[in-house]
Design a protein around this ligand. Structure first.
Ligand code: SF4
Length: 295
């Protein structure tokens, strides 16, 4: 049986850098514990690995209780209020905000400052409550309108100008669809400015990953359930190979699926560590060895 790991799956640059910064900060002696505001990556097993090295994951409520500690901000970024709260509490930040997200935050802030709120709305195509989106909305003093899909377009007043941006991990097709719908709804004389701010680290993976999944009889897509990039990529993959299963790690493999299969593909999201995909491959190999020995 062929068992192949997709070369193009695994951490994006933003996540690699955030994890490297966490590991470096954990090795710095005499600085006390290192906290991380939210899961450093939407993958429980990588979070556990870093926890075993000393990284303590906290939520915003716990963050507000800290004084004079070190806190890492993950690749998703944070709104300005987080920096202010850190300052007030003497917290020293290890800022691992991805440069792509940082640039988007600055772009949205500039668009907000240059706009008159009376006649222009900043709209973000993204997931309501997602950490990156919260960081983006924070650039507009909370005024940006978040739309997850066509059903949310009723939140926009089309008699005003619209400046549209996208969360970095949304699908390009979904963004294009929203753009076309807004164009049709705009009132005459009003301007609609749309900015495709989708990260190509994610989008460029789609053509490669769908090619990969189409090559195999069965595919295991390894991803944490919380990863929005994981869901986008999984849905794209499913359109090209229906025999695909999402698992969070080797413990979730249903070995009965291997029956009658001659090639297995293993791929994952931008938040999936390579070592986890290798563990999945190893578990399948071990199972096959046992099956052969018992035959
Ligand atoms: S997906 Fe893109 S924007 Fe998001 S963390 Fe990775 S590199 Fe940065």
């Amino acid at each position: 049986m062929i068992i192949e790991i997709d070369d193009n799956s695994g951490f994006c640059h933003g996540v690699v850098t955030a994890i490297r910064k966490a590991e470096e900060a954990l090795q710095t002696e005499g600085c006390g514990p290192l906290y991380c505001l939210g899961d450093i990556v939407h993958n429980g097993m990588e979070v556990e690995r870093l926890a075993s090295l000393g990284l303590i994951t906290i939520d915003h409520e716990q963050f507000l209780q800290l004084q004079g500690k070190r806190v890492l901000l993950r690749a998703h970024g944070e709104p300005p209020v987080t920096y202010q709260q850190a300052d007030e509490r003497g917290i020293s930040l290890v800022d691992a905000t991805c440069p792509v997200v940082l640039h988007l935050q600055q772009t949205i802030k500039k668009a907000y400052l240059e706009s008159n709120p009376e006649d222009t709305q900043i709209v973000i195509y993204g997931k309501i409550g997602h950490a990156e989106v919260n960081g983006l909305v924070g650039q507009t003093a909370g005024s940006a309108i978040v739309v997850e899909g066509p059903d949310d377009l009723s939140k926009i007043d089309f008699t005003k100008n619209v400046k549209l941006f996208s969360q970095t991990t949304k699908s390009i097709d979904g963004f294009k669809d929203i753009v076309e719908r807004i164009k049709l709804l705009m009132s005459p004389g009003r301007t609609f400015q749309f900015n495709d701010t989708i990260c190509r680290q994610v989008a460029n993976r789609i053509p490669k990953i769908v090619k990969f999944v189409a090559l195999h009889d069965l595919v295991f897509f390894v991803s944490g359930a919380k990863s929005s990039n994981g869901r986008v990529l999984f849905n794209e993959c499913k359109n090209h190979n229906d025999n695909i299963v999402m698992i969070s790690g080797p413990q979730e493999i249903d070995f009965a699926l291997l029956e009658g299969v001659s090639s297995v593909g293993i791929c994952g999201a931008t938040s999936t560590p390579k070592w986890l995909m290798e563990q999945v491959k190893k578990a399948i190999e071990d199972y096959l060895v046992k099956q052969t020995a018992n035959a």
